[in-house]
Write a protein that binds this ligand. Structure first.
Ligand code: ADP
Length: 484
């Protein structure tokens, strides 16, 4: 892997704690390339005490960092952004090697992650307070915003760069210090961000990367250590619930980006080619392993067969393979467990009367490669209707009536992203308003951008990331009442 990089020093395997590169008291853990199955790195495994040391360092560093002007903080964040973009190719190679997504997607993710750093470098200057006319003649009311303190993050393996950048950038812009615990499957991208943070001149302790194999111990330390004032998590709803319970003891502020079960609805007045294009990106990006991936595709009866035929053709054009090879559109799944879940959902569809339109088998490449699959005749009773598949399986449901499809789309505990394709103006408004989701894509399959608030309702989470709203998650409001 090192030989593929222009700057091999980006491939670091130590943790970045309080401005030093640290070995773990628990030895090391392995990082595997999911496309080839080989071990690509042994990463330092920190003990819980070492995580506590990082938090203590963050607390100390945060005090000074908070005194910097927004413009000063913004300037080093801007430098961090510039370095990420300068090393976009190398960061992409590292990301593909540990995560599996095609190199073009990996580079795209690095650009997406960096865009948050750029955006919040700018926002650092705009942490505005407020004055409110007093409630009595002698009273003056001022509202100021202050950094919450030390923020800690726990992030998943599906976006090893962007999930951290999206949290760390607003935290640092706000004047918080940040301790990142990357997923144990994909720590190398996070460590490389630490290398660049150091080069950018982010002060020691302000951005740290703690690599640990024991997620639950680290989660407990983050929740129980009084030095942490904010926990920001992206991952499953199941783990989010555990962390919220743990965080309750300290009444810690939490942001939660949890699971989704995105409906993707195609109405009979939709532009079918555009809908297929949107569905392909939305369903098969990252081999279906994103929390905003279309999980259920509802197609109105009049266009069902035509849509299914077009989707089948597009899916058969996908090229499965090692993401580091040219032209590959679909990488492997992250683990055997991920493969089992997709196969379980597929078997459930077939057993209950659905049909495989294309794919449906493990890929000839073996390992965790699966054939991109489309199934038809899917109904609300099947597992895919209620659980996130997180893989390259596109289930097509048929519907007749607008109100019915809205009811089916909302019939889930999740509420992250939803998509629909339609052209009738009143239908567009009605459906967009009726979907109980934090984000709705209308005639588009891609909604993620640093300028808009990303986040879910219901059990998909708490809080928003990105946009001017994203920085509020790391700020406390203080109201000052003055008698004059
Ligand atoms: P995914 O299915 O995306 O892996 P998880 O919620 O299982 O979602 O994992 C997201 C992140 O949370 C990973 O970094 C994982 O190591 C971590 N994690 C898993 N269990 C716990 C836990 N009990 N406490 C804290 N973090 C956890």
């Amino acid at each position: 892997l090192k030989s593929m990089l222009n700057d091999p020093s980006l491939l670091e395997t130590r943790a970045y704690v309080d401005g030093t590169w640290m070995d773990g008291d628990e030895g090391t853990f392995e990082v595997t390339n999911p496309a080839r199955g080989d071990v690509i790195a042994h990463v330092q495994d920190l003990s819980r005490a070492q995580v506590a040391q990082a938090i203590a360092g963050a607390q100390a560093a945060q005090k000074d960092w908070a005194t910097w002007t927004g413009k000063e903080r913004g300037a080093v964040l801007r430098k961090w952004f510039d370095l990420m973009m300068e090393h976009q190719d190398d960061l992409g190679v590292i990301l593909t090697a540990e995560q599996g997504k095609p190199l073009a997607e990996a580079k795209g993710e690095v650009g997406y992650g960096a865009s948050f750093v750029e955006f919040f470098a700018e926002e650092a200057k705009r942490i505005y307070g407020e004055t409110i006319p007093g409630h009595q003649r002698d009273k003056r009311i001022t509202v100021i915003k202050q950094p919450i303190g030390v923020a800690a993050s726990i992030t998943p393996w599906n976006f090893p760069n962007a999930m951290i950048a999206r949290k760390a950038a607003p935290a640092l812009a706000a004047g918080c210090a940040f301790v990142a615990r990357p997923a144990e499957l994909t720590p190398l991208s996070a460590i490389a961000m630490g290398v660049l943070a150091e080069r950018a001149g982010i002060p020691a302790g302000v951005f740290q990367v703690v690599t640990t194999s024991n997620a639950s111990e680290t989660g407990k330390e983050f929740c129980e250590n009084p030095g942490v004032r904010k926990l920001t998590f992206t991952g499953s709803t199941a783990v989010g619930r555990i962390l919220l319970k743990q965080a309750a003891d300290q009444v810690m502020k939490c942001s939660m980006e949890l699971g989704g079960n995105a409906p993707f609805i195609v109405f009979d007045d939709a532009d079918l080619d555009a809908a297929v294009e949107g569905a392909m990106i939305c369903k098969f990006r990252n081999a279906g392993q994103t929390c905003v991936c279309a999980n259920r595709i509802y197609v109105q009866a009049g266009v069902y067969d035509a849509f299914a035929a077009k989707l089948k053709a597009a899916v058969e054009d996908l090229k499965v393979g090692d993401g580091l090879e040219d032209g590959v559109t679909t990488g492997p799944l992250i683990t055997d467990k991920a493969v089992e879940k997709v196969q379980d959902h597929l078997a459930d569809v077939v057993e209950n009367g659905g049909a495989i339109l294309t794919g449906g088998k493990p890929h000839d490449l073996g390992g965790t490669f699966l054939q991109p699959t489309v199934v038809t005749g899917v109904t609300q009773e099947m597992k895919v209707a209620h659980e996130e598949t997180f893989g390259p399986l596109a289930p097509l449901f048929k519907f007749e009536d607008v109100d019915d499809v809205i009811a089916m789309a909302n019939d889930t505990i999740f509420g992250l992203a939803a998509y629909f394709y339609a052209n009738d103006l009143s239908r567009v408004h009605k459906v967009a308003e009726a979907l109980e989701y934090g984000m709705v894509g209308v005639n588009t399959g891609i909604i993620s951008t640093e300028v808009a608030p990303f986040g879910g309702v219901k059990q998909s989470g708490l809080g928003r990331e990105g946009s001017h709203h994203g920085i509020e998650e790391f700020l406390e409001m203080k109201y000052i009442c003055m008698s004059v």
